[in-house]
Write a protein that binds this ligand. Structure first.
Ligand SMILES: Cc1cc2nc3c(=O)[nH]c(=O)nc-3n(C[C@H](O)[C@H](O)[C@H](O)COP(=O)(O)O)c2cc1C
Length: 377
């Protein structure tokens, strides 16, 4: 007799097994395209050619897929996470704005998918709260031989091969060399204002500290090379000159994907674009918590569960980002960040002041911003 299994333990344990992500598509009997995300797709037999996936018995999409004479498994690529979110949400209009072409038996092949496998139904049987669907492969092809999207511990990622030696990061080396040309100015500002002044470079989805001068009496917790993941609204300065596709991806990295939060992040980005800087006015306690989480994250192997903790503390900071100073007001700022104009093909960079004195006037802050803009130009 099996003992009672706690559903949370079941989910947590099984979540430690990674899966790929596929969209099962079909043309329902009333003629419209339908689809659902499955992580349960697997290959079963070569002779005869069989595959399987396991839909929930309550899935509305599968109820429609089942009315079709054939279905198609579309393996998603690592850049198709937005597709995944769309097709994993229950609703009528999953195919709105989605480009596809028909497979030989008519099932939708989604644009951009890595590969597709069109099948007829060999068997559908009940298995607890799911069905086991066995498909007979009728036709298949690789469309785009690229990295597939992977799902692990509730987060998305992609495969990275192991290596004997850590590959040098050419982008990081180039950014550090670029920052070096600003060294004397960064030193000079750090001394003049009695603050910490650093240069950050955007490397992938991290802001990496590539140069620092620390003349603030306040301790600087972040060493050179420190990486901070770009999660909205953090990193708005780096996104200011990015193309729309990158901005969409950045907005999609927020922990709260509600329309309301997206609007706030978007509006903040627009303000940063106009004025060329961002300010953070979080108090020391909150900053300490944020910094402790980031340090732990750096030392972790960056699993999705670690990422969620970082997303959560970043969300707490979100309300303290701003740009508009009011004359006569006093502010205790955690940082001032200004975008640096870099050459074509270089990593985006920013200059940042931290370790700022408490209760600065709007005018004092403006002079810091002007000085940073002087370096940035
Ligand atoms: C990564 C991932 C994997 C999923 N795998 C499955 C699966 O194997 N079987 C399933 O029934 N639902 C799975 N789902 C959930 C369905 O995609 C989702 O519940 C369904 O599309 C909701 O819409 P529906 O009610 O229209 O079916 C998965 C979701 C995600 C995000």
């Amino acid at each position: 007799m099996s003992r009672d299994i706690d559903p949370a333990v079941f989910r947590e344990t099984l979540g430690h097994y990674p899966t790929g992500v596929a969209v099962v598509t079909a043309i329902a009997d009333e003629g419209s395209p339908v689809g659902m995300i499955v992580g349960t797709f697997s290959s079963v037999s070569m002779d005869p050619p069989l595959i399987a996936f396991y839909p929930m018995s309550t899935s509305r999409s599968f109820a429609q897929v089942r009315t079709a004479k054939a279905f198609c498994v579309n393996v998603l690529a690592s850049d198709q996470e937005p597709f995944c979110r769309k097709f994993a949400t229950s609703g009528e209009n999953k195919f709105d704005g989605v480009d596809w072409k028909p497979a030989p038996l008519g099932s939708p092949i989604l644009d951009g998918a890595v590969s597709w496998i069109e099948c007829t139904f060999e068997d559908v049987r009940e298995a607890g709260d799911h069905f086991i669907v066995l498909g007979r492969v009728e036709d298949l092809a690789v469309e785009r031989s690229t990295l597939p999207l992977l799902f692990f511990q509730g987060g998305y990622g992609k495969f990275s091969p192991g290596s004997f030696i850590a590959a040098p990061d050419p982008e990081l080396i180039q950014a550090a060399q670029g920052a070096e040309t600003m060294r004397s100015q960064v030193e000079e500002l750090s001394v003049r204002f009695g603050v910490n002044c650093s240069v950050l470079a955007r490397i992938g989805w991290d802001a990496v500290q590539v140069l620092a001068a620390n003349h603030s009496p306040i301790d600087e917790p972040f060493p050179l090379g420190h990486r901070q993941p770009l999660i909205p609204p953090f990193g708005a300065v780096f996104m200011a000159s990015s193309p729309d596709s990158a901005i969409d991806e950045w907005l999609g990295r927020a922990p709260d994907l509600s329309d309301a939060r997206r609007e706030i992040n978007r509006a903040q980005l627009d303000r940063v674009r106009e004025c060329g800087y961002s300010l953070l006015a979080a108090g020391p306690e909150m900053l300490e918590r944020h910094q402790a989480v980031l340090s732990a994250f750096e030392q972790s192997d960056r699993l999705p569960r670690h990422q969620r903790v970082v997303q959560q503390v970043t969300l707490e900071l979100a309300d303290f980002f701003f740009t508009d100073l009011v004359a006569g007001e006093r502010y205790s700022l955690a940082n001032i960040v200004v975008l640096v104009a870099v050459g074509e093909g270089m990593s985006p960079m920013a200059v940042r002041m931290t370790g700022l004195p408490h209760g600065m006037s709007a005018e004092e802050i403006e002079s810091c911003i002007d000085a940073l803009k002087g370096i940035a130009a």
